[in-house]
Design a protein around this ligand. Structure first.
Ligand code: SAM
Length: 249
């Protein structure tokens, strides 16, 4: 079966209760995923804090994996197409709903006026689409961002991800992911009207970190310690990038 890469396909995949209920565990419980989650949260919080935005938009928030961890957004709106995801996100906010509103909406047709937000971010979303749909999403982000507004997005490094995926078996990946080299990633965002300000690599020693992660049941807490320790060592072949861009003009 071909991986899902259509707008309707992705929307309907995340309506499934069992997918929604398993999501947080899947994305944060293992030492490797937990590390990526924490590094993404740190990156986002640092960018948001540096810009002191009035209004922040999270696109495709899912169960609020990131929303619940964002600190300095005085006014935030998180949108997603899936009602069960939004219900989970609201519940996970634990009553802290003064700063964030959750809205069911299609990311391709955002229900906001032009230039409404200072910062927009979206993770594990844009990368699931082919180039034409990614360009549509970039246009929508451009429309709702204020001039010089910031956009944060994640991307996968082909050099590291592809060999690992081949080893796991490509058929195991139910959802499409575009894989880039760094130059392609920067060019795509530049062509979409964003000035790329920073690209930060995460899971810097992925093949080794992944091997240790697989041994986590044998190694116990040592696995987490080793995986996190490796991340402190500089490396130029990360599996994932977080990208900070700014709307040009
Ligand atoms: C892989 S999850 C990512 C969740 C979250 N951003 C994260 O990083 O953990 C993808 C999310 O995109 C949402 N989604 C899919 N198609 C969408 C669309 N057209 N508009 C808005 N959200 C959509 C799904 O409901 C799901 O919550």
């Amino acid at each position: 079966m071909n991986p899902i890469d259509s707008r309707d396909g992705l929307k309907s995949y995340y309506q499934d209760r069992s997918v929604v209920d398993a999501y947080m565990q899947r994305r944060t419980a293992q030492p490797l995923n937990g590390l990526l989650h924490r590094r993404q949260v740190e990156f986002l919080n640092a960018q948001i804090q540096a810009r002191s935005p009035h209004a922040v938009l999270e696109i495709a928030c899912g169960p609020g994996r990131l929303t619940t961890a964002i600190r300095d957004a005085p006014f935030g709106v998180a949108v997603d197409a899936s009602q069960p995801m939004l219900e989970t996100a609201r519940r996970r906010m634990n009553g802290n709903l003064e700063r964030w509103s959750f809205l069911r909406s299609d990311a391709f047709v955002l229900p906001f006026r032009n230039a409404s937000f200072d910062v927009a971010y979206t993770l594990r979303f844009v990368r699931h689409f082919q180039i034409e749909d990614r360009q549509r999403l970039y246009r929508e982000v451009q429309r709702v961002l204020k001039p010089k507004g910031a956009f944060v997005v994640d991307a996968l490094n082909r050099q590291v991800s592809y060999p690992s995926r081949l080893k796991q078996g490509l058929e195991k990946y139910k959802i499409y992911d575009v894989l880039y080299d760094r130059h392609e990633l920067a060019s795509e965002l530049d062509a979409a009207g964003f000035r790329v300000l920073a690209i930060e690599g995460m899971l810097k020693h992925f093949p080794l970190q992944q091997r240790i992660n697989r041994l986590r049941f044998r190694l116990g807490s040592v696995a987490r310690f080793l995986i996190e320790g490796l991340e402190q060592i500089p490396g130029n072949r990360p599996s994932t990038w977080m990208v900070l861009c700014e709307k040009k003009g």
